[in-house]
Design a protein around this ligand. Structure first.
Ligand code: NIG
Ligand code: FE
Length: 413
């Protein structure tokens, strides 16, 4: 048994006796303990409280860390990323500056197909080496759990290669990693006029192979005009369900085409993006148990309207925040920036944004019992900040790196 005692924590942020999924107005409840201690045993939180009520802890061999006024919060839980890719796409970024739209770039053979061509030309080792480097950078930025999608293979071998890379990441990095199969990201060129053929490839070849190697935890589809219709999304998800994969879906990014209704009918764990939402969809999503995962850095990068966070929260929805880190629409995995954007552009309160980026992100990966709050029994995946006067200072001082150290399972990385 190994114990670490952290003392003199200026603010211990997001302490909870037990964990449940905060919905609607509960999202603003963020308990902060001033002048606190935290006891960690074998990588897990075993006690926390106020310094002046701290038991003596005289046991031998206990490691002592004086936080010296740092604030401590649970690591970010980034529940939506695409960090396995072969190459960046800054040439499209420049095309966009010159006025081309996302759809026009996709029509030029850019976009997802561009990433797929490069991914299929790269070896598994090359992809793994690039992805692990990204992942280590993200851990330094405070990410303590992550979901990673496939979807740049778009053929049996390519999708398996991506998911095998994600499996290797799961085995080698110290943070929890969840894998999502996104074969239904776009139609490869050879199937542009044969949607049924590509869907058969997904359901009859990719999914059985993925399931037999145990390569995925979730299934995803890009439900969007020019990509997968609501009916096609449902077919793919039903097949995934038969292999034990629950849906986490890309819906309502550019258009509302029935993805919300379909996702709710499928009991999706989360419905992600949601830039384009009508009042009826907001109400339906708010009444459900499905998490609304907002990706404001994608809206920022694509110069799109932000997701209606306020309307969703005020209607009672369960909102999470994630980065959507990918080479096309959000080439950044900085959760701190996402939290700032959520407050600055979507009018989320700092407390709401922090809950959405920690606890609700954990729930959006099925990790709500393990991560996302300062709760006894949870993993000690923690951010130690530089001195900050208040919780609101974190999103307020956008672009400033306020992270001093990151702890994963009780050890500084
Ligand atoms: O989440 N919207 C679909 N997929 C990604 C973008 C992928 C890409 O452009 O490579 C997203 O934004
Ligand atoms: Fe995405």
């Amino acid at each position: 048994m190994h114990q670490t005692l952290v003392t003199n924590i200026h603010q211990l942020i997001n302490v909870r006796q037990q964990t449940s999924l905060p919905k609607g107005s509960q999202l603003a409840e963020l308990r902060v303990l001033k002048n606190a201690f935290l006891l960690i045993e074998d990588g897990k939180i075993v006690a926390w409280g106020e310094m002046d009520k701290m038991p003596p802890f005289t046991n031998e061999g206990i490691d002592r860390i004086d936080a010296k006024g740092a604030s401590v919060l649970p690591c970010w839980c980034d529940s939506h990323t695409h960090i396995v890719f072969a190459a960046s796409r800054e040439e499209e970024f420049v095309d966009k500056i010159k006025g081309l739209s996302y759809a026009e770039i996709a029509a030029k053979g850019g976009g997802i197909l561009n990433s797929a061509k490069k991914l299929n030309a790269a070896s598994e080792d090359e992809l793994y080496n690039a992805a692990i480097q990204r992942l280590h950078e993200l851990i330094k930025l405070g990410t303590g759990a992550i979901e990673i999608k496939s979807g740049y293979g778009l053929c049996l071998e390519g999708e398996l290669k991506m998911l095998r890379v994600i499996k290797r990441l799961k085995e080698t990095v110290p943070i929890p990693v969840k894998a999502t199969f996104l074969g239904a990201h776009t139609y490869p060129l050879e199937y542009k006029r044969d949607h049924a053929g590509y869907i058969r490839l997904i359901t009859d070849e990719m999914l059985p192979a993925i399931a037999s190697e145990g390569l995925a935890d979730y299934i995803d589809a890009f439900c969007e005009e020019g990509f997968f219709s609501a009916a096609e999304t449902e077919t793919v998800c039903r097949a995934g369900e038969r292999h034990g994969l629950k849906p986490k879906l890309h819906v309502n990014q550019l258009n509302s085409i029935g993805g919300i209704e379909t996702g709710l009918k499928l009991n999706a764990v989360s419905l992600d993006h949601l830039e384009v939402m009508n009042a009826d969809e907001i109400t339906k999503l708010a009444k459900s148990a499905t998490i609304a995962t907002l990706l404001p850095s994608a809206a920022f990068f694509l110069r799109m309207p932000y997701q209606p966070a306020r309307a969703l929260i005020d209607a009672g929805a369960t909102v999470a925040l994630a980065t959507d880190f990918n080479p096309g629409s959000s080439p950044s995995g900085n959760m701190g920036f996402v939290v700032s954007l959520a407050c600055i552009q979507m009018k989320m309160l700092p407390e709401e944004a922090i809950n959405a980026a920690t606890l609700n992100g954990a729930y959006a990966m099925g990790l709500g019992d393990e991560l996302g709050s300062i709760t006894i029994g949870k993993k000690a995946n923690l951010i130690f900040t530089k001195p900050i006067p208040s919780v609101a200072y974190l999103p307020y001082a956008f672009g400033t790196n306020l992270i001093d150290k990151v702890m994963i399972e009780g050890k500084f990385v």
